[in-house]
Design a protein around this ligand. Structure first.
Ligand code: SF4
Ligand code: SF4
Length: 262
């Protein structure tokens, strides 16, 4: 791991979070980010064509001489999932955090890209969301899968990535031709159900039964997201729900590590 570069990028992201929070007059919406680096030539990227979609982009499709994919996770402040834990529809705090985080990711990507370009490197920033096929509901650049390749965590049965800071937050990514040492992927498990067949709290919390331990109906889930986006249309585009991750064992950390420590 290139500690110096990791600290530099983490600090840059923290600076952009601070700028953004001040300029938008927000209360603190985010906790400290996590950053991971993937080798653009990692063979796992090719496997995303099977795991996600045959049309999933490779880093080299986005930047011809790509060397590294920088991925970061912005964990929400804990108050946000706490406010979203009750009722069928998403809370306004959850919807606003989603909208603000999407804007923040654009701000971070622009700032980081400018900094890397000043150092003589090329970049390609990826949009935070809404770049998916509306029929299949599958993206050609799946941030959560890219984040897995970049060693930021592992999937839970809720189909989201659980990081060392949990799963309540959002992911951003940038492809660059700067060479950076990769983040090592871990073999350890992050989901209690995958680890010892317990938990399934996310399944019990799903408000539509779209989520089951062994399957996920993305269309049923998306209908719920659209229902919420109608409710919050005056805020911006908030196709959200998040009930399955709002206060569950993996919301804020890797629960398997906690279990092993106890
Ligand atoms: S809530 Fe429990 S079962 Fe669901 S993903 Fe998190 S740890 Fe796994
Ligand atoms: S986002 Fe909502 S509808 Fe979709 S799986 Fe989670 S709880 Fe269920």
């Amino acid at each position: 791991m290139n500690d110096g570069l990791q600290s530099f990028i983490t600090q840059e992201i923290l600076n952009y979070i601070q700028d953004y929070t001040i300029s938008r007059k927000l209360h603190n919406l985010w906790e400290e980010p996590l950053v991971g680096f993937a080798d653009a030539k990692d063979p796992l990227f090719l496997k995303l064509k099977d795991a996600v979609s045959p049309s999933h982009s490779m880093p080299h499709d986005l930047l011809e001489d790509a060397q590294t994919v920088i991925v970061y996770f912005l964990p929400f402040d804990k108050a946000i999932p706490k406010q979203n834990r009750h009722h069928r529809h998403a809370s306004i705090e959850w919807a606003q955090a989603y909208i603000e985080t999407n804007r923040l990711i654009v701000h971070i990507n622009k700032g980081l890209s400018d900094r890397l370009r000043q150092k003589g490197f090329k970049t390609k920033s990826m949009p935070p969301t809404h770049n998916f096929d509306q029929q299949k509901l599958i993206s050609d650049w799946s941030h959560k899968h890219i984040a897995y390749v970049a060693g930021l965590g592992k999937f839970g049965i809720h189909n989201l990535l659980i990081t060392d800071r949990g799963c309540c937050g959002r992911l951003g990514s940038i492809v660059t031709n700067m060479e950076i040492s990769v983040t090592k992927r871990t073999n350890r498990e992050y989901c209690l159900h995958k680890y010892n067949r317990t938990c399934k709290i996310c399944v019990k919390k799903c408000v539509t039964e779209a989520l089951q331990a062994d399957r996920f109906d993305r269309h049923k889930c998306y209908r719920m997201l659209l229902e919420n986006s109608e409710i919050f249309q005056d805020q911006g585009l908030a196709d959200v729900c998040g009930k399955c991750i709002s206060i569950v064992p993996c919301s804020f950390h890797n629960p398997v590590i906690r279990l092993q420590r106890d």
